[in-house]
Every structure is written in structure tokens, then in C-alpha cells.
Design a protein around this ligand. Structure first.
Ligand code: 5GP
Length: 141
């Protein structure tokens, strides 16, 4: 099993070395908008514990991420008037993983609207800012 690389992009975001549109944080998890959203409101939930993916994360840390994903899912339903939610988690390159700090994708879905292919379009910063504000407001309500 490949060792965790503390210089991966999400570890840098977690340490505040790279910017992000943060929407939620607690003792165990951190959530921010995907920079190349596959749907409006596409959010990533990551553990604060350094974990590469589902294969090395401690079960309790994985449970914290799952709780965070549920929190985001409920808020995203309201914030984006969604009809449903897709949750994805990819582990290792063969599983579709590109960034090697565990993350759950929370994707608000609308009836009849397909997801864009992964990493196909970088969203405007202003749009991400607006969507983060909507999600933060829904998390508070
Ligand atoms: P994976 O395939 O590893 O599950 O997904 C990685 C995700 O990270 C992709 O959806 C991609 O758009 C997103 N991503 C890649 N680089 C960055 C970045 O610098 N900032 C943010 N917020 N998302 C990123």
C-alpha cells in the first residue's frame, strides 16, 4: 500500500496553504466546494486525519466523514433545491481516485440532469463563492 503523501492538494488546503471555498468544519472533518464541479454545489468532505483513501483510514475517521457527508447532503438539498443526492468515494487510481487524501463527493442532483464528466470544467470563482454562501446559509438554518 502506498504511503500517505502530506503534500497532496487537499492536505495543503487543510493546512491553509492553498485557498478553497470552505463550507463546513468540525473537530474531525472539513468540507469545501469542488473546483471543477460535476453538478452545482458539488462538495468534498475530507477527514482531518491524514488518510489516503478507504483502504487506510481508521474506521472511526471514515464514520466522521460519513456523518459530515450527511450534514452536507441535507443542507445541499435545501441550498440547491435538489431532488436527490449522489455520494461518491474513489480509492486508488484504479478506483477513479485522482487526489490521494480521502474524500467523499456530495453531489446535489436534479431530475433529468446528468453530471458533467469529472474534471471537465473549472468553475468561475464568483459562482463558487455564491454556491458556498448558499450552502453555509442552509447549514445554519
Ligand atoms: P477524485 O477523482 O480523486 O475522487 O476527485 C478529486 C476531485 O478533486 C475532483 O472532483 C476534482 O475536480 C477536485 N479537485 C482537484 N483539484 C482541486 C483543487 O485544487 N481544489 C478543489 N476544491 N478541488 C479540486
Amino acid at each position: 500500500m502506498t504511503a500517505y503523501d502530506p503534500n497532496n492538494i487537499f492536505a495543503k488546503i487543510l493546512r491553509g496553504e492553498l485557498p478553497c471555498h470552505k463550507v463546513y468544519e468540525d473537530e474531525h472533518v472539513f468540507a469545501f466546494l469542488d473546483i471543477m464541479p460535476r453538478v452545482t454545489g458539488h462538495t468534498l468532505v475530507i477527514p482531518k486525519a491524514p488518510s489516503r483513501n478507504i483502504l487506510d483510514i481508521a474506521p472511526d475517521d471514515f464514520a466522521h466523514v460519513a456523518r459530515g457527508a450527511k450534514t452536507i447532503a441535507l443542507a445541499a438539498m435545501k441550498a440547491f433545491n435538489a431532488d436527490g443526492i449522489s455520494v461518491h468515494q474513489f480509492s486508488e487510481a484504479a478506483g477513479g481516485q485522482v487526489v490521494f487524501h480521502l474524500h467523499m463527493h456530495v453531489l446535489p442532483r436534479h431530475d433529468g440532469v446528468a453530471m458533467l464528466p469529472a474534471a471537465s470544467r473549472k468553475e468561475d470563482d464568483k459562482v463558487l463563492q455564491e454556491n458556498a454562501a448558499k450552502l453555509i446559509a442552509a447549514l445554519k438554518s
